[in-house]
Write a new protein. Structure first.
Length: 255
């Protein structure tokens, strides 16, 4: 039997793919985003961190990987989406230091706090979402991760690779802008830009809600973006089908 993420005979072939990746966020629009994906038959790759959440859809304020969100993640796993780590505490790399790396928490319980972690401690940050995901869903996360903000260094990537993790950036045209100011970058402008610039092979980046954006990007831009790209002959695939990330196996559950 192949891995849980293996392509099945019934999976439609995607000849001109783009790869939608979704990082965790405040979750206020998460149910609407997933409804949009389901309506258009889109599978995405989610990168999970334990971030602070809004109250939504009968769920109280909490965190993205707490018990009340566990059934939601399990449903997504059973629908065939792909999953990777975003570090447990949403730690953004700042600098390499002797014996480790300096990080700043930017979205989780450690937001605003600066700390230095060894390579092994960083690997533990990557593994913790994988353990939690498997507990919640019964499915393995894959050994792919996205550093918060995309901020890395060669030394950090080497440390992650040494403990079994492969980093996933986004392509320049794939930066969809949902974390930008809605005053300076209104939804209509971001949609027009994406429809013009996104091409086959691009890795797209969006979030499950951004605290600082006043006019939510999703699902207002997401739906017309999907429709518009599909009208251009593009299709959506997970990173299981991406040539650089298809071979990533199950995530290591220990650093």
């Amino acid at each position: 039997m192949g891995p849980a993420w293996a392509e099945t005979p019934s999976t439609p072939r995607c000849d001109k793919p783009v790869y939608l990746t979704i990082d965790t966020g405040h979750m206020g629009v998460a149910p609407l985003i997933v409804d949009t994906l389901k309506r258009h038959g889109v599978k995405a790759t989610f990168f999970l961190a334990n971030e602070r959440t809004q109250a939504v859809d009968g769920k109280a304020e909490g965190s993205t990987l707490d018990a009340q969100w566990a059934p939601w993640w399990k449903t997504l796993a059973e629908q065939g989406h792909d999953f990777g780590s975003h570090t447990w505490d949403h730690l953004s790399w700042q600098a390499d230091e002797a014996g480790g790396f300096r990080f700043k928490g930017t979205a989780g319980p450690l937001a605003g706090q600066v700390q230095t972690l060894s390579a092994q401690q960083y690997c533990a940050q990557l593994a913790q979402p994988a353990r939690r995901f498997q507990q919640m869903t019964g499915h393995p996360m894959r050994a792919i991760f996205r550093a918060p903000g995309g901020k890395t260094s060669p030394a950090l990537l080497a440390a992650a690779k040494a403990c079994g993790w492969q980093h996933v950036p986004w392509t320049p045209a794939g930066f969809l802008g949902d974390e930008l100011s809605s005053d300076r970058y209104p939804n209509a402008t971001l949609l027009k830009q994406a429809l013009k610039n996104v091409h086959q092979g691009d890795i797209l980046l969006m979030h499950l809600g951004i605290w600082s954006r006043q006019d939510p990007w999703a699902p207002a831009v997401l739906e017309p973006l999907i429709v518009g790209l599909q009208a251009r002959g593009l299709c959506f695939a997970t990173l299981r089908e991406h040539p650089a990330f298809a071979l990533a196996g199950a995530a290591p559950l220990k650093p």
